[in-house]
Design a protein around this ligand. Sequence first.
Ligand code: DGY
Length: 340
Amino acid sequence: MSTSTPPTSQAAAGRPKVLVARKTFDDIVDRLRPHFEVESNDTDLPWPQDELIRRLQGKAGVYISGSDKIDVKLLDACPDLRVVCTMAVGYNNIDVAACSERGVLVTNAPDVLTETTADFGFALMMATARRITESEHFLRAGRWQHWSVTLFAGADIHGATLGVLGMGRIGAAIARRGHLGFGMPVIYHNRSRLPADQEGPLGAQWVEKDELLRRADHLVIVVPYSASSHHLIGQRELRLMKPTATLVNIARGGVVDDAALAAELKAGTIAAAGLDVFEGEPTVHPALLDCENVVLTPHIASATVATRRAMSALAVDNLILALTGGTAKTPLNAGQLRAR
Ligand code: DGY
């Protein structure tokens, strides 16, 4: 059941109305109350879009997460909406062009999650290569009978070639960890090559995508999702990889063809995968659930308390600034905010 928080006082009347569409930290939501009449989703469930549209009537701004869809249908049904602030860095759930056409400002939450997400990408790569969850399941199932030379023997991280697909802020933070912490040669593919003074400290070499796939011992995918990155990694790409290689996806579901990945994992085309994001999540392709050589986590790469607070606070700051005459800190379409 969805519940809503009523205006805190009579004084709220006449102030702009905003909607906090996803539950977040109460003290951070409270920062909105001196400025706005606030309605919030106090359940931990996303609202279906029709309910979101209904609750957005009369609202000037909305705080969302990466799972709330802001599209033409919603924008046309919510004519009072002027500001959309997501607590996520990824914004494939928002039609930014349609927002711009209607004078709706959009902000996201970059930077504050970079290091935390890179930590997780690295952890998932290590768990995958060293078969940590697979071996834990084996132990918990009471199947451990004796020590063995080859029991869950995996692949080294140190000295192995790290491949990064998508060299943005998070990709660079993963490359830095691999290069400085684990002595990994780093190769990457990105639409644009980094300037030499940025490649140098990461020990990173730009290569074509197919070369990246052929050479990487451990591939980490960090590209934003868009029509052009849909199924960027499918059967053809997986078959270019080494049979000993691992693949980690902390970007978005849909960048990897999950059905093809499950088939190739079962066939031994690559050694293992670590996935934090899925096509159609929270549903996970049943064939992946059947694979032992895959580590599965529920989209938690940025989930530390400190970072989730920072992401929420940035979205709230943006909402306050944009609707009180200030300048949003991290706009995606700066200058698009229409007058009331
Ligand atoms: C992001 O910020 O994009 C994370 O994936 C959480 O949605």
